[in-house]
Design a binder for this molecule. Structure first.
Ligand code: MTE
Length: 326
């Protein structure tokens, strides 16, 4: 992954953004500027782009805002907190999480909120297919009706060493598995994001963004399909309308804005592993003892406060997942 903003923990200049990625980023910026002309929603964000001043909380909130849920579903948020999960450290401020994120379909920078503001083509359905007894297409209504939402306080650890503690709203992936019934031959689950129109024809990466888990990982108690964060439906930059959250793995496994989940008998090719298998392995379990080829993974720093902590094996979730890798 590439850094744009220079910080003491960043990479030396020589390892910065590849030129192809930079070009890609510029094209997204053009798209965003174009979107500014598209009426009031775009105009509201003009200061974010044209001015250099720091955006207000309201501007960041407005940039990520999605259509309100139908009234019937509004009472689902905030969902009841599952007391089993605790951060063991302070919760990250909502703003800190919303203004620093990764969503390569929009930009290789961290200011994703700027680029999602004028974009309204997020997925409307989630297709579940492949080796399962009951393949089907779900829209958000179906998901909200079929599955019980809960709130979980999870730590999140990006492979780039930043971390956050956030309350996700969602339902266990395992509940979806029960619904569609994977066949005995299903050994892996492939996850796919929508194809962003700007990435069509971009041959630098293998779009759309994909990820994968073993069937046992997908069936683990921790694996969550999130529809919300901080007690509200997911804003755009966090991966509206539905994303995966697997907190014992590096953040790149927690794929956003899902459009398809496929059960398969072989390990699927995944976005980062295809881009650079030496740097981004398929399994991607958080491990302080295995350095990334370009930086140490021994410590992590929190969004918002920049407080540093020692990285924990499996991001501290060993009691749930260590058995999967015995
Ligand atoms: N999903 C998609 N579709 N595209 C991405 O670029 N980035 C991943 C993951 N999911 C990414 C994605 C990475 S590297 C991280 S760390 C997390 O999203 C960040 O999630 P957040 O922005 O909600 O904090």
């Amino acid at each position: 992954m590439n850094y744009i903003i220079r910080r003491p923990w960043d990479l030396p200049e020589s390892r910065h953004t590849a030129i192809e990625v930079y070009r890609n980023r510029r094209s997204h910026r053009r798209e965003f500027l174009k979107s500014m002309g598209l009426g009031a929603a775009g105009a509201a964000f003009a200061p974010l782009v044209t001015g250099c001043s720091s955006p207000t909380d309201e501007e960041i909130e407005a940039a990520g805002q999605v259509e309100p849920l139908p009234t019937a579903y509004q009472s689902l948020y905030p969902a009841e907190r599952n007391p089993e999960f605790e951060y063991g450290r302070d919760e990250t401020a909502k703003r800190a999480a919303a203004e620093y994120s990764n969503f390569y379909e929009f930009t290789t920078g961290k200011d994703v909120y700027r680029y999602v503001a004028g974009f309204n083509k997020f997925p409307e359905t989630l297709t579940v297919d492949g080796l399962c007894e009951k393949p089907r297409e779900f829209d958000l209504d179906d998901l909200l009706q079929l599955f019980t939402l809960e709130e979980r306080a999870y730590r999140h650890r990006c492979v780039e060493t930043w971390a956050m503690c956030v309350p996700w709203t969602g339902f266990p992936l395992r509940d979806l598995l029960k619904e569609v019934q994977p066949k005995p031959g299903a050994k892996f689950v492939e996850f796919q994001t929508f194809q962003h129109p700007d990435t069509v024809g971009d041959s630098y990466y293998d779009w759309p963004y994909t990820e994968g888990l073993t069937i046992a990982e997908a069936d683990n108690e921790l694996s969550l399909l999130a529809t919300g964060i901080f007690g509200e439906p997911l804003p755009k930059q966090h991966g509206t309308p539905v994303r995966l959250v697997v907190p014992w793995k590096y953040g790149y496994k927690s794929i956003k804005s899902l459009t398809r989940i496929t059960f398969t008998d072989r390990q699927p090719a995944t976005f980062w592993n295809t881009a650079d298998p030496r740097e981004y392995d398929f399994q991607a379990n958080v491990n302080p003892d295995i350095p990334h080829p370009r930086w140490s993974q021994a410590t992590e720093w929190m969004l918002g406060t920049r407080e540093r902590f020692e990285t924990q094996i499996y991001n501290g979730y060993g009691e749930y997942v260590a058995g999967l890798y015995a």
